[in-house]
Design a protein around this ligand. Structure first.
Ligand code: DUC
Ligand code: ZN
Ligand code: ZN
Length: 472
């Protein structure tokens, strides 16, 4: 006879939503893990009555930047305390930010430094992607393989940004390591030389306001790099994931690759559904610096292309690309307090806390995607792509009890009610149709309308190889 453990917690009367189906039931939790799912479970020490509301797996935000070192005087506004606090309050229970190698630094040093930044501060579980910016022979032959084996089973490479970018030969070298050791390579696909050439021409003509950021990074710049990344991956015969895809032209390249049988995965982000280039400014005002991110938001017709891609499976994951810089002060969008040319504005917008509710509101309740697709994009697939499934991203026996109970009802986004340390949200005043009523992280309440702090609750997660792809 099998014995079932006593239940520390029962979430009762839930409309349980997974990536494959939705059904009614109770969820029984023991020591932070789901141990029973069914009708009329026995009493738990604690009980939560979901009252028929939707319960999804906690979100897995597989692309966010927290306390990532920046060239002085710029500094990220969120560290692991404030970043994971805002994640929890928005229904995200796992974050995967980046341990970034700067040129000349060993990858191991970058990882050790990043562990120190996270240690004892996180409110939800976290893992690290690596950023490989200096693929020396030692990095390629020793450090990267060793780190992949230790649980850092994904890394990002950049085709742009002077301090991070790799040339095509270096990308081939790094992709070869991904293939040999079973890691997921994430690629930031924009053509650096085109951006540089366009930026110089714009600046020479005195066109330096934030809105010119979008003109310096048109879609063809992303299209060319996306196609090149796909070709490099094909040459090495390794799957890749193109991050923060912004619109039609990159989408077309990814569809082309899929039609040719290539394992190309793709990510998009809220800014490509809810912002347009007009948010960078219609005139030369500096206000638009708040929405400067790369690739830049496009236009309404491209938003539709992104919605279609979310619906039909073109996109694998939906992440925030939370990159938190204050608008005021001296460390963020106005470095040293100055209004600078578009190309010196720190790239990125905050979005960890609003990612889930925006997609639930406009996607699920707006009738654009199913609830199952929402779960797949925000939790299950990111967990699979980055070696955390089934512990994360699912409601199943043995999984961590990372759960979100959803309240459907109108709510307006106000930065004053968010929990990050950034002094604005690009979505100020936007109406939502849902927000998490309750977030549980390994069975502990982290958000119930109030943030329930416990620094150090969040644990580091060593990861397995991605379970999305297999080597041919
Ligand atoms: N683009 C990135 O590549 N990273 C951080 C933020 C951004 O806009
Ligand atoms: Zn990027
Ligand atoms: Zn990013």
């Amino acid at each position: 006879m099998t014995t079932t453990p006593p239940l520390d917690l029962v979430v009762r009367n839930a409309r349980i939503a997974t990536a494959s189906d939705c059904y009614d039931g109770d969820i029984g939790v023991h020591q932070g893990r789901v141990v029973q799912i069914g009708a009329s479970l026995p009493s738990g020490v604690r009980e939560v009555d979901a009252r028929g509301r939707v319960v999804t797996p906690g979100g897995v935000d597989a692309h966010c930047h927290l306390d990532q070192p920046m060239p002085a005087p710029v500094r990220m506004a969120d560290d692991f305390d404030t970043g994971t606090r805002s994640a929890a309050c928005g229904g995200t229970t796992t974050v995967i930010p980046f341990a970034a190698q700067h040129k000349g630094q060993s990858l191991r040093e970058a990882v050790d430094d990043y562990h120190r930044r996270a240690q004892g501060k996180a409110h939800v579980d976290y893992a690290f992607h690596l950023i490989v910016s200096d693929p020396t022979p030692h990095v390629l032959q020793h450090e990267l393989p060793a780190l992949i084996a230790e649980g850092y089973s994904s890394f990002k490479i950049y085709m742009t940004y002077d301090d991070l970018k790799l040339d095509d030969g270096q990308i081939l070298d790094v992709l070869s390591v991904a293939r040999e050791h079973g890691a997921m390579a994430m690629i930031h696909a924009e053509n650096a030389d085109c951006i540089e050439w366009l930026s110089r021409r714009l600046e020479a003509a005195g066109r330096v306001a934030p809105r010119f950021h979008a003109l310096a990074r048109p879609m063809l710049v992303e299209r060319e790099a996306t196609h090149r990344a796909i070709s490099l991956a094909e040459l090495v015969d390794v799957p890749i994931l193109i991050v923060h895809v912004s619109g039609k032209e990159a989408v077309e390249q990814i569809r082309w690759a899929r039609a040719h049988g290539l394992q190309i995965y793709a990510e998009t982000c809220p800014q490509y559904l809810f912002l347009t280039a007009e948010d960078l400014g219609l005139d030369d005002s500096y206000q638009g610096a708040r929405c400067v991110c790369s690739p830049p938001p496009r236009d309404q017709s491209n938003q539709e292309v992104i919605w279609n891609g979310l619906r039909d499976g073109l996109f694998t994951v939906f992440s925030s690309d939370h990159a938190p810089f204050n608008y005021d002060g001296t460390e963020g969008k106005r470095p040293a307090g100055e209004e600078v040319s578009f190309r010196h504005i720190p790239n990125g917008i905050p979005g960890l806390e609003t990612r889930m509710a925006l997609l639930y509101s406009e996607g699920v309740l707006g009738g654009r995607i199913t609830l199952e697709k929402f779960v797949e994009l925000t939790a299950t697939n990111p967990a699979k792509a980055y070696g955390l499934h089934p512990r994360k991203g699912s409601i199943s026996i043995g999984a961590d009890a990372d759960l979100v109970v959803w309240d459907e009802g109108e709510r307006v986004i106000r930065n004053s009610e968010l929990h990050h340390a950034v002094d604005y949200t690009p979505y100020e005043g936007r109406r939502l149709r849902a927000w998490p009523a309750l977030t549980l992280a390994r069975g502990e309440v982290v958000w119930d309308g109030q943030f329930q702090p416990r620094s150090g609750r969040g644990q580091f997660l060593a990861r397995k190889a991605p379970s999305l792809w297999s080597r041919r």
